[in-house]
Design a protein around this ligand. Sequence first.
Ligand code: 5GP
Ligand code: MN
Length: 336
Amino acid sequence: MLDKASLIEFLAQPLKIIITTHHKPDGDAMGSSLGLYNYLIQTGHLVTVITPTDYPANLSWMPGNEQVIVFTDYIEKATNLIAEADVIFCLDFNALSRINKMGPLVAESKAKKIMIDHHLEPESFDDFRYWDTKACATAQLIYTFIVEVLEGKNQINKEVATCLYAGILTDSASFCLPNTTSAVHRITADLIDAGAVNYTIYDLIYDNTSENRLRFLGNCLYNKLEVLYDYNTAIITVTKEELAKFDINTGDTEGIVNYGLSIAGVNLAAFFVERPEIVKLSLRSKGTFPANEICKNYFSGGGHRNAAGGVSDASLSEAVNQFKLILPKYKNLLTQ
Ligand code: 5GP
Ligand code: MN
């Protein structure tokens, strides 16, 4: 492990730096990565953001996006960059399985690995760790890493601020989750002062959908929502035929799970989607209900207490049935 002073000394020389984040990057993953990218390019480093997979179109507008390399599109180039890197920043994930086939490449690289993350139970593959599960977003940690560790507040320009604001906006569910503390609001105020245009960023992310996606959402809510009032739980399931019918792309299913929680009394919302080889589950919960525990124990996944995900090898209907069979174990917590 590097200590803080050695890290600062190491980063003081021009380096080949890779920034990476988890597969199917979300707003926090891209906002953190490009926020840090826009900071580091001002300080003389050669910086490349590599994502393990593609990401949604409504996240493709951030400053620096045109420089991002998607690993699955440029495997050879990305493999060489990872092997030759001096530093690899691992943002918004803490287990190498979350970066798919890039995992072994990062593990084998001679680069120093710096983990900046807010998920539970980190794996030990890093040389320096800036980790806080209380942070509402990794983008919040990138801000404090730049300001408090690197003392680089003066380099938080409009580009950096815009990306970090996008990360905090999306991971805090638009400043709604309990971890959106006054400290978070102070940081976002600083980001607005540094040039982030809050209403434009909201518009680019959330008012940027397609007609198909809106009709798909309508189908989910009207035809596919099941509410189990005995367990204060709402479930939405989506088949692969529906994904094809509505021409659903990467990221188009993002956020639909949250609608279940908007029903009065509902404490747990589940969203099951049938992908080509697996069923993907997203869970969201209110209060102290541990959504991550269900994902970890039954669906090979994990996440945060109020937002977690996992997968199943079973068929869609079997996975949903398995989930329903788990609910009685949590009845007290769900109905209190
Ligand atoms: P989502 O439902 O949006 O895919 O994921 C919600 C949260 O759970 C995110 O913070 C994500 O990092 C985490 N998560 C989703 N899928 C997995 C998984 O398979 N394993 C782990 N450890 N975390 C996951
Ligand atoms: Mn995050």
